[in-house]
Write a protein that binds this ligand. Sequence first.
Ligand code: F6R
Length: 364
Amino acid sequence: QKGGYDFFMQKEIYDQPEALHNTIMPRIHNGHADFSADNISDDIFKGVNRVIVTACGTAWHAGLVGRHLIEAMIRIPVTVELASEFRYMNPILDEHTLVVVITQSGETADSLAALRLANERGAKTISIVNVKGSSIARESDYVLYTHAGPEIAVASTKAFSVQCAGMYLIALKLAEVNNLMTDEQMKDFCDKFEQAIGTVEEVLKMDDYIKGISEKIKDTFSAFYLGRGLDYGIACEACLKLKEISYVNAEAYCAGELKHGTISLITEGVPIIAIATQENVLPKLMANVEEVKARGAHVIVVTDKDMSNYEGIYDDLIQVPATDDLFATFASTVALQLLAYHVTVFRGYDVDQPRNLAKSVTVE
Ligand code: F6R
């Protein structure tokens, strides 16, 4: 079942090129998002002036990535709500609001309740779901299935990547239906999307190298993940991966927030993992990194940028293949899944079955 891998999580990390291919390629043709095989009517996207993404855990992080993309690219306002909060929020919704529910299992109790509320209040609903025929799939107006195949490990990996891909596809469709991008821009989007997916194979080839870095930080008590913009969503997800399986006390921060408190936690040797794929904030991010380096942190930078100007302010570099900044999601995510995986194996824990966690949370 594990196909020769030591753990399901490891197999599922390696499943990602195929999962992404299967989720994306049937749905992009000649620079257009084609949801006809999914029976998703264009009407649901027409006239949308606001998007609310709601989900839990890893799926919520995919929402953070989606928000950054949609707002940057097509200028429709997006909020990302934890389903456990949204369901009790008395949210303001109308027929121009598109509510996107993201879920691997399709059975998460809070996400289902959030969907039901959105349906009751007259919003349009679409869910991004991995498990066919699940409750959330059945109760949404439309479903965009992710084709990741079964995910067995408790810690989600391939499901996250395809959930993000689902958000990119929805962004493209929203743009197309509402004339928010030209044909040329949509073609460019598809080219960049495909190119970014191709980088995942390259990152998987860095497995041994990333394992070597993992060994250096394996005995740490705590760790911090830093990112800005799109990279903050990636930081949150990478951080959750590490803490849920390795039991390292990890936190993700928008890098600019550090000096508002957290920097007091940085001491000699504490690992800081900085995700640096966004050109517009790169100097700012690296200035934040320099501050933690000066306090003795062990700095690991994950980037697709040229770091020659920043030598000396990091200890380890995970140089992933370059992509357009808005498509940097996939390469850095996979690199950091590998990091969490190897740290956990070094610490001797059961990667697939972390304590106290269930694969699907069907109670509130
Ligand atoms: C973390 C993880 C969880 C789930 C969350 C939502 O690795 O898997 O945080 O993402 O419980 O589950 P789904 O996506 O099934 O709604």
